[in-house]
Design a protein around this ligand. Sequence first.
Ligand SMILES: Nc1ncnc2c1ncn2[C@@H]1O[C@H](COP(=O)(O)OP(=O)(O)OP(=O)(O)O)[C@@H](O)[C@H]1O
Ligand SMILES: [Mg+2]
Length: 600
Amino acid sequence: MRHGNIAADPGVGMKWHVIRLLWPYFLEFKNRVILALSCLLLAKLASISIPFFLKHIVDALDNADNIAQAIVAVPLGLVLAYGAVRFFNVLLNEFRDTLFGRVTERTIRRISLQTFQHLHRLDLDFHLNRKTGGLSRDLERGTTGINFLMRFMVFNIVPTLVEVLMVVALLLYNYGIVYALITFVSVVCYVTYSIIATEWRTKYLREVNEADSATNSRAVDSLLNYETVKYFTNEDYEATRYDHELETWEKAKRKNRLTLFALNSGQAMIVAVAMTSMLALAANGVAHGDMTIGDFVLINAFMMQLFIPLNFLGFVYREIKGSLANIEQMFELLNRAPKIRDKQEAPVLSIGKGSIKFDNVCFRYHEQREILSNVSFNVEPGSKVAVVGESGSGKSTLVKLLFRFYDTASGTITIDEQDISSVTQHSLRGSIGIVPQDTVLFNNTIQENVRYGRPTASDDEVAQAITMAHLDRFIDELPDGVNTVVGERGLKLSGGEKQRVAIARAILKQPPILVFDEATSSLDSKSEKAILEAMKEITEGYTSLVIAHRLSTIVDADKIIVLSHGKVAEQGSHSELIEKKGIYANLWEIQQQEATEFGD
Ligand SMILES: Nc1ncnc2c1ncn2[C@@H]1O[C@H](COP(=O)(O)OP(=O)(O)OP(=O)(O)O)[C@@H](O)[C@H]1O
Ligand SMILES: [Mg+2]
């Protein structure tokens, strides 16, 4: 997938098959589409008839010898009809837009929703590898692409082609093969030239887009690092780098403009040659009395009418090509299969007491590096099991596997004797509550962030969870209380406050199994103690898995698992492990010493 502000590569051929992908969405409004197309056809007929009215009016005027006669000679009806046809032409086009707009919007709505739902269905790995900015651009470009395609395909390209054919046929019928041929050949030349010149320009246009997006990301990156720039007083350095990008953009723009000049003047040249030869022929016809002045006017009007929409052809061609590619990219996203899928007709997890069993679990994120090897342990229902181990030993990975964000390479994980890969992901995740290592909050109020644990919870229940997580004192100090908005990703709260919001969420969810991944690591000792008390209360009777660095917080665990380099090195209760004098005993000693030294 490509990212950044660069339209999907238009260098490859037109992707007409994309239209087929969109087809089913049109069918939802079949009648509307037919009606819109009828309006289109009628509008074209109206616009084709305009030059004829003009011709008859001019001829009538021409045949009159004086003004008085002219007024009589030009039937009022003809003039009125001319005006009416002009009006209807516009009106029909408006009808067409109004009718078809609905189809476009509904299509965009359907596809956007589908893509959104699909993105949530994709695995964690996909989301860790994506760039949010790039992804949302892909979506945006896809929907803009649909909009553009619908508008210009249906309302520009197709009608123009229809009009060209009609005009050529009319010229052939009324004035003979030469006129028809000149028109036809000049249109073919014009279209061919536009397409070739546009293809050639694409490279320069892409340069502009690339420079544009580079400039943009430089500016955004620099502003996001505002604090860092200030810490190192690098404002000038940043400005120079920014200006460097701007310079590239300026140069690219210049080249782009010159190529546009070439395209436009070439087009104008073809139009001029075609017009001149047609009018010369017509003038000759009038001089010889084969044609009336009205015919001359009619031919002129036809040519003008024909080349105006063609004027945009280069632009429309390029945009349609880009749109097709962008839409295709969006559909590719939709076709991406999630790595983690429910088995067919997978049952829901039926959870009783909530025992967990890791049986010989091996796991790696990448082929080359094993993160967990043959990890086996049991969590008895209703017990508290702690996992300790050095940073990077795979503790959080255990949790990700338990939530089935990834499948194990070998070995099984079971909850109440059911393999977690055989039950639905929805029921599995619904049964586990977690306070994650890094809590990210929605940019919403504290109240709504806590309620996220169970969206149907009442205000009272939310307030209770807040109290249990010891958030109430902090909230009381806030001018807006629970209605305080926490800022993007919750950055306006301190680390410890965020952790307490996460704890409140988990409390509100009331799941049979609770997981705490360093849930109190950002808290001071006093708050930690208070929360641990609260947690003890909450987890009473529940199965809980607690990951901790500070061993003092888990001495009361029924079992402690010491993870080292992805293997279970030791397991047992606190006193058993101390007696064993292994890794745990060693760690315990170090932490005890630190505690006395720093008075922690
Ligand atoms: N998505 C990922 N892709 C590749 N490697 C990963 C990914 N997530 C974690 N790792 C690696 O897996 C190893 C175990 O990570 P994990 O988060 O389980 O460690 P941890 O024991 O929780 O450490 P800490 O105590 O620092 O939180 C780390 O070396 C980490 O770099
Ligand atoms: Mg971790």
